[in-house]
Write a new protein. Structure first.
Length: 287
């Protein structure tokens, strides 16, 4: 029996609608799966930028050589100005690195590659500690290092910490000691920048800074040693290329120094000499 054409048209339309709905739904599901897989891949792919290429480029190596000469000259000047102190050696770590600014979840966001040379000069000494701190400050000021306003000099910090309730030592600050000055070992540090610089420099800019730490037996000075572990051994760090590795363990230096001397100073000179240029941040010319 023949069916009227109108009946076939009405029955075929719902079928085509269902097929279209299924296809659209399938397409949406596939798109969502593809997007989810893409996000998972971005999350798992935490490969850093090509640090080695930047580190070994001609411009970076030229800047590195200049930083090495300047750092050596600055530390030599300090040693020459402090004739009463005993040099124990200099630790040097020179590396280029980047860091993941989103390390926990989601796509990795790598900071601009920066290269820095960290040199730590260790000096042992004896004598009146307040006189020695004053001599340190005078030598640093003579070489145009600025520590900011009082009490950020070594002498100012020692005086301020003693007046605030005890000695400038970890034990005193942690326990709220009110014992008179001189009753506990001294342990303090402060950071200096070139006198021509007025403000601290952010991570993605060229800069030079000097951290000076002074400790009395048995404490260990807080040195900015460029990521050297306490045992002095190199550990592989993702996104880091080492250009120089001549480490000295602050702990080992301290133990050796304290067999003959009462005090130990660590002069940590950090020269950030090259920074990868990016659209968002480009490095100014070196000072």
């Amino acid at each position: 029996m023949d069916h009227p054409a109108g009946v076939l048209g009405r029955s075929g339309a719902p079928a085509r609608g269902r097929i279209i709905t299924v296809l659209v739904t399938f397409s949406v599901v596939c798109a969502l799966i593809a997007y989810a897989l893409f996000q998972i891949k971005r999350t798992l792919d935490r490969t850093p930028p090509d640090v080695a290429t930047f580190a070994h480029s001609h411009a970076t190596r030229t800047a590195d050589a200049a930083a090495a000469r300047k750092s050596s000259a600055r530390l030599t000047q300090l040693t020459s100005a402090l004739t009463w102190a005993v040099p124990l050696g200099t630790s040097t770590v020179d590396s280029c690195q980047t860091r993941n600014q989103n390390p926990f979840f989601g796509p990795a966001h790598w900071a601009p590659i920066n290269c820095a040379r960290s040199s730590v000069l260790y000096l042992a000494f004896d004598g009146n500690i307040h006189l020695r701190l004053h001599q340190f400050d005078a030598a640093l000021a003579g070489q145009e290092w600025a520590s900011g306003s009082y009490p950020n000099t070594l002498t100012g910090m020692a005086t301020w910490m003693s007046q605030a309730g005890g000695d400038p030592s970890p034990a005193a600050s942690q326990q709220g000691s009110s014992e008179p000055p001189g009753s506990q070992p001294i342990c303090l540090s402060t950071t200096y920048i070139p006198a021509t610089k007025q403000h601290r420099v952010p991570y993605d800019r060229l800069s030079v800074r000097l951290r000076v730490a002074v400790a009395e037996r048995p404490y260990m000075p807080s040195a900015d040693a460029g990521g050297i572990p306490t045992d002095g051994k190199k550990s592989p760090i993702g996104g880091t290329v080492y250009l120089a590795w001549h480490p000295m363990s602050t702990g080992a230096v301290s133990r050796s120094a304290y067999t003959r001397h009462r005090y130990l100073a660590a002069f940590s000179l950090v020269d950030r000499y090259a920074v990868q240029s990016t659209p968002a941040a480009s490095a100014p010319p070196p000072a």
